[in-house]
Design a protein around this ligand. Structure first.
Ligand code: PLP
Length: 376
C-alpha cells in the first residue's frame, strides 16, 4: 500500500490531459509562428486555448499569457512592473509568500526598492490595517499569496483589492494554489496580475500562466519573437498549453464535488487523531471556507518532523514537512514562524495535502500508520 498525500507540491498528469496533449508532440508539431498550414494549425490551437482559459477564469483572452511555470509568472509580474514604472520605489508583500515571490522581491530590494513585509495573525490572515497604513503614493505594487501553499489560508481578497484600488497601486496575486481548488473569477478579483501554474492541477510541470489586466503597464522579461500578444517571446509549447487548458477545464468542472470530498478526507484524519487522544494543533484556519480544501498542516508536541516523515516515507506515505533545509540546518518554515506556532510544536510539523484522485483507502492507511508512529 502507498499514499501520495503531497498534492500541494505537485500532481500527476491525468490520463485525459495526457491524451489531449499527445497529438502535439509527433503529429501537430508546427511552429505557431510559421506562415504555412502546419504553423497556422498550431496557432489556431493556441488561440483556442487562450479563449478557453479566459472563459474558464472570467477574463478576456488577450489578458491570458502562457509562461513556463508559476515562478516565471511571479518574476514577470513583479519585475515587469518594477522595470516599467520607475517613479515608485516601495513594494508591499506578506511574510508568508512562496519563495518565488520572496526571492524576486529580495532581488529588487538589493537594487534599492523599499520592501514592507505584512504581518499575519495566528491563522495566517494578513493585517489589513497594516496594509492600509503602509500603502502610499510611492507604493509600486502589492503582492499577496491568495491561498497559502503551506497552511492553506485563503485571504480576504475583496478587502485587499479595495485597499489597492483606493491607493492606485498595482496588485499581483499568487493564485498558484487556487486554480481548480477554490472558486475564482478574475473579473471579480480586481487584481492587475495573477499567477498560475499547471502542475498543481494535473497539467504537466513546466507550464504556467500570467493574467495581465488590460491597461497594465508591464515590461517584457523575454525578448525575441514576440509571442503571447507580443509580451512573452519564445516558441510556444503547444502540447503543454493544451494540457494546461484541458486540466483547467476538467478541474473546474469537478471542483465543488472535490472541495467537499477533500475536506471530508482531512476531517477523517483529524477525527482519528482525536479518538486516539494525540496531542496536535492544526496550523491555519479551521477546515472549511477560508482554508484550501484538502490541506492539513498539523504539528505534534515535543517531536521531530524529520523522524515522523522518515517512518512515513519508509511506509510509502508521502507528505511534506513544515521545514526548509539548507546544507547545514533544518529550520521551521518562514510561514510557521510567521504564524507563531509554539516552540514545543513547531519542529514536528507536517503538511498533508489530499487531491482529487486520493482514495479513502490511502488516507485510512496513512492515518493508521501515522498514529502508530506517534504512539510508539
Ligand atoms: N506559488 C505557490 C503558492 C506555489 O505553491 C508554488 C509551487 O510550489 C509556486 C508559486 C511556484 O510554482 P512553479 O512550481 O510552477 O514554479
Amino acid at each position: 500500500m502507498k499514499a501520495y498525500l503531497d498534492n500541494a507540491a505537485t500532481t500527476g498528469v491525468s490520463k485525459e490531459v495526457f491524451e489531449a496533449m499527445k497529438p502535439y508532440f509527433m503529429d501537430l508539431y508546427g511552429n505557431p509562428s510559421s506562415l504555412h498550414y502546419k504553423g497556422i494549425e498550431a496557432k489556431k490551437v493556441i488561440n483556442t486555448c487562450h479563449k478557453k482559459v479566459a472563459e474558464l477564469l472570467g477574463c478576456h483572452h488577450t489578458e491570458v499569457h502562457f509562461t513556463s511555470c508559476g515562478t516565471e509568472s511571479i518574476n514577470w509580474a513583479i519585475k515587469g512592473i518594477a522595470y516599467n514604472n520607475k517613479t515608485k520605489s516601495e513594494i508591499i508583500t506578506t511574510k508568508i509568500e512562496h519563495h518565488a515571490t520572496l526571492h524576486t522581491i529580495e532581488f529588487l530590494e538589493k537594487r534599492g526598492y523599499i520592501v514592507h513585509y505584512l504581518d499575519v495573525n495566528e491563522h495566517g490572515f494578513i493585517d489589513l490595517n497594516q496594509l492600509r497604513s503602509l500603502v502610499n503614493d510611492n507604493t509600486l505594487i502589492v503582492s499577496v499569496i491568495m491561498a497559502n501553499n503551506e497552511i492553506g489560508t485563503i485571504q480576504n481578497m475583496k478587502e485587499i483589492s479595495d485597499i489597492c484600488e483606493e491607493a492606485s497601486t498595482y496588485l499581483h496575486v499568487d493564485a498558484v494554489q487556487v486554480a481548480t481548488h477554490v472558486p475564482l473569477s478574475l473579473d471579480n478579483l480586481n487584481a492587475d496580475l495573477v499567477s498560475f501554474s499547471g502542475h498543481k492541477f494535473h497539467a504537466p510541470k513546466g507550464i504556467g500562466m500570467l493574467y495581465i489586466r488590460k491597461g497594465t503597464h508591464i515590461e517584457n522579461l523575454l525578448h525575441g519573437g514576440q509571442q503571447e500578444h507580443n509580451l512573452r517571446s519564445g516558441t510556444e509549447n503547444v502540447a503543454f498549453i493544451v494540457g494546461f487548458t484541458k486540466a483547467l477545464e476538467l478541474g473546474m468542472k469537478s471542483m465543488l464535488m472535490n472541495i467537499l470530498r477533500q475536506n471530508e478526507l482531512i476531517s477523517y484524519i483529524v477525527s482519528e487523531l482525536d479518538m486516539k487522544k494525540i496531542d496536535y494543533r492544526i496550523n491555519g484556519p479551521k477546515i472549511g471556507e477560508n482554508r484550501l480544501p484538502g490541506n492539513l498542516s498539523i504539528s505534534f508536541k515535543d517531536l521531530e518532523g524529520s523522524d515522523i516523515t522518515y517512518y512515513l516515507n519508509k511506509a510509502n506515505i508521502f507528505v511534506s514537512t513544515g521545514s526548509a533545509c539548507d546544507s547545514t540546518s533544518i529550520e521551521p518554515s518562514h510561514v510557521l514562524q510567521a504564524i507563531n506556532v509554539p516552540q514545543d510544536y513547531i519542529n514536528a510539523s507536517l503538511r498533508i495535502t489530499v487531491g482529487d484522485d486520493t482514495t479513502f483507502e490511502e488516507v485510512e492507511y496513512a492515518t493508521k500508520t501515522l498514529i502508530e508512529i506517534l504512539t510508539e
